[in-house]
Design a binder for this molecule. Structure first.
Ligand code: ADP
Length: 397
């Protein structure tokens, strides 16, 4: 079975064609600048040079048509015809409180995705355009929506409700949804499998640390808590997102700077996080580590604040689950930044967590990095959201 995975953004569209026989990627690529001058498609087939097509892409519909042309092209194609694609899996940001898991797309599903435009204003409209473009280009083919919020829908009310008047939950479903759900679902499941955790000992904490960062706690693959909230702004200190701040900060700055709440949210999403703490030096941890090593105090502050918040969150989840059987690191930082992993895990030495310094040098591949006598087993487990979406698509299509 071959599955086309689509991640449609407002002006870009990423895709992968995965052969589910062996879960190998046959081709992948990116359409950039959809609806903007200078649009282009970059199509990558393992073992071949990149195939780049520079052509106007006024709509997502045109982008999908170009993707399908590339997939069947005699020179750069990987299938003889579109008929060989069995189903399409779509990353969809927000499923609201309606969808607790992935679902095959029909008119009701599209209506709910549309109803969630105000919860995911940047992503949901684009995600829906991707679905409708695939329906038009490949009539009759199954489309599956995989929601980034679905994993967080497993939370109990005491974990997902905000302590604010009930009417806001009743009227608007204001609650913790959590994001990166597809990654947390994938990595918690892979951790259970890779570590061979027995039934009843599957308390897993996943630290997804990248440009956007979040942490989840789950038991047997079911979420019990997660750090992002109504939007991806809550929780950890991130690349350019502030994470948790006292909401009164918003009012104070809006009043004193005479800016709108919308402006303030843009600042909290795009100009905050380690980028702001480092004095606008960088949101990239490689730059921050290099700067901190050469004595830049603001870069050091940014790294310290990031680590501090991760430690507080992991510590909180250890309490919530009365311990943990495994902790897994994933995302660009989690998979590659050995020094950050060491520094975070060192704080759990009191609980008997011990990293093996040699194993902790691993980058970008699955590995157990704790010592055999560590009280909690610690892993690096690369995330693969496209594969997770493809597996869900096979399950439902
Ligand atoms: P996104 O949230 O955009 O998917 P990623 O998970 O790809 O982000 O993570 C990107 C971040 O990972 C970069 O900003 C960088 O800070 C970090 N990163 C990548 N490689 C390394 C590395 N070798 N050492 C430290 N940090 C790294």
């Amino acid at each position: 079975m071959k599955v086309l995975v689509i991640n449609a953004g407002s002006s870009s569209l990423k895709y992968q064609l995965i052969d589910m026989e062996d879960e190998s990627v046959k081709a992948k690529g990116l359409c950039e600048r959809i609806g903007i001058d200078g649009s282009r498609l970059t199509h990558k087939v393992p073992g071949k040079d990149d195939y780049v097509v520079e052509e106007d892409m006024p709509t997502h519909q045109k982008a999908i048509e170009m993707v399908l042309d590339a997939l069947v092209s005699p020179e750069y194609g990987v299938v003889a015809s579109v008929d060989e694609i069995d189903a399409v899996g779509h990353r969809v940001l927000h499923g609201g409180s309606t969808y607790t898991e992935s679902i095959k797309v029909n008119d009701d599903v599209k209506r709910v995705i549309r109803e969630c435009f105000d919860l995911g204003p940047l992503h949901n409209p684009a995600n829906l355009m991707g679905i409708e473009a695939c329906e038009a280009a490949m009539p009759g083919k199954a489309n599956v929506a995989v929601f980034d919020t679905a994993f967080g829908m497993g939370l109990e009310p005491y974990a997902y409700r905000y302590a604010i008047p009930e009417e806001y939950y009743d009227k608007y479903k204001i609650r913790r949804y959590g994001f990166h759900g597809t990654s947390h679902m994938f990595v918690s499941g892979e951790t259970i499998r890779f570590a061979n955790l027995p039934e009843g000992h599957q308390r897993v904490i996943v630290c997804h640390l990248g440009n956007g960062s979040s942490i989840s706690a789950s038991v047997g693959g079911r979420a019990v808590d997660t750090s992002m909230g109504l939007t991806p702004l809550e929780g950890l200190v991130m690349g350019t997102r502030s994470g948790d701040v006292d909401p009164a900060v918003v009012q104070f700055i809006c009043d004193h700077e005479n800016i709108s709440v919308d402006d303030m949210l843009t600042i909290l999403n795009k100009k905050s996080g380690v980028y702001a703490l480092s004095g606008n030096l960088s949101s990239d941890f490689r730059d921050l580590s290099a700067a901190a090593d050469s004595g830049n105090e603001k870069a050091q502050l940014a790294l310290d604040a990031f680590a501090h918040k991760v430690v507080k969150t992991v510590g909180g989840y250890l309490g919530v689950m009365n311990g943990a059987d495994a902790i897994a690191f994933t995302g660009g930082i989690g998979e590659n930044d050995c020094a950050m992993r060491e520094r975070i895990m060192k704080q759990f030495g009191f609980a008997g967590v011990k990293l093996d310094p040699e194993k902790n040098k691993v980058r970008g591949k699955a590995c157990e990095i704790s010592t055999p006598d560590s009280a909690i087993r610690v892993f690096v487990l690369p995330t693969n959201e496209e594969l997770a979406i493809a597996r869900e698509t096979v399950r439902l299509a």
